[in-house]
Design a protein around this ligand. Sequence first.
Ligand SMILES: [Zn+2]
Length: 112
Amino acid sequence: MKNLADLRPCDNCDGPVGLQFYLLRWSIVVVRREAVEQMMGMSQFFGHRAPMALVENFSPAMTDAVTVAMDDPMFKNLMIEVVICHDCHNNTSIDLPRLAEKTHARRHQLDT
Ligand SMILES: [Zn+2]
């Protein structure tokens, strides 16, 4: 979002965003089960006394153990991005799941 043409109304109230607004981005984070199991196994091997950083060094499956979907170009479409105007940010309780659905529906509409 760098150009004026990219601006859109507030995803919460559908009102104008004004000159200052909030952009919220979030995504699902996935932890690989294999990495967790290996780390738990190595931790047990060390008698649950070794620092996690040391245990991690002995666990080969630790590479890319945690994936933040929006940081990975392959899963970037799982990122949710909403625009919130100043009024909604300061004065309204915001229902993030509802906004995520609304934003997803809007994006899907634009894609078709
Ligand atoms: Zn608003």
